[in-house]
Design a protein around this ligand. Structure first.
Ligand code: PRP
Ligand code: URA
Length: 209
């Protein structure tokens, strides 16, 4: 599949297995989602633009590098994307955080928007959109369209578990967006849930089952 990077790192696959497990309770689920997001952030931030920056060490002055521009904006899709934010900020502590609130209508599976708050200069920055689940791709695709409507040019999408249907939809609607995924699952069931998946990510993160 195009524009898809699936992380096959052993630590990520180990943690994803515990995340899926029906026996994993809210506290551990939250910890695992954060830890996996942190590990994935390393890969998803590859190729961020750098500028040269000279640095004086105790011995001499040498050439160094800093992230270019105004830095990264992490944008979780509410609610479940919130479970990935703290992990990402461990690796990119100076990132800003924007929010896009979407929920899937249970009948139509169409995303419904209910909240948006983004940094004013987001159009000049690198954006990493995060959501644990990429199912039909409706939520991710709508969030990406919204970011583009605000002038954002550089968008990466990071998720924990994805279905082929979601990857295809994002690829078709946003061929410029690279998807970073911990694991690619088999298919969607008739209710739009990822199989084998992990169930409802928002409910498991926030204990609302
Ligand atoms: C889940 C998930 C994604 C969406 C994925 O959120 O966190 O946002 O479903 O499905 P899609 O690819 O078919 O759009 P949900 O709508 O359940 O809301 P929540 O995070 O508030 O629980
Ligand atoms: N949203 C979830 O939380 N889980 C799925 O499997 C699909 C959408």
């Amino acid at each position: 599949m195009k524009n898809l990077r699936v992380m096959d790192h052993p630590l990520i696959q180990h943690k994803i297995t515990y995340l899926r497990d029906i026996e994993t309770k809210t506290k551990e689920f939250r910890e695992l989602a954060g830890e996996i997001a942190m590990l994935m952030a390393y890969e998803a931030t590859q190729n961020l633009p750098l500028v040269e920056h000279s640095v004086t060490t105790p011995l001499t002055t040498c050439k160094g590098f800093k992230l270019a521009g105004r830095g990264v904006v992490v944008v979780p899709i509410l609610r479940a994307g919130l479970g990935m934010v703290d992990g990402m900020l461990k690796l990119i502590p100076n990132a800003s955080v924007g929010h896009i609130g979407l929920y899937r209508d249970e009948e139509t599976l169409e995303p419904m928007e209910y909240y948006v708050k983004l940094p004013k200069d987001i159009m000049e920055r690198e954006v990493i959109l995060v959501d644990p689940m990429l199912a039909t791709g409706g939520s991710a695709s709508q969030a990406i369209s919204y970011l583009k409507s605000q002038g954002v040019k550089n968008i990466r999408f990071m998720c924990l578990i994805g279905a082929p249907e979601g990857v295809q939809r994002v690829n078709e609607e946003h061929p410029d967006v690279k998807i970073f995924m911990a694991t690619l699952d088999d298919h969607l069931n008739q209710h739009g849930y990822i199989v084998p998946g992990l169930g409802d990510a928002g409910d498991r993160l926030f204990g609302t089952e």
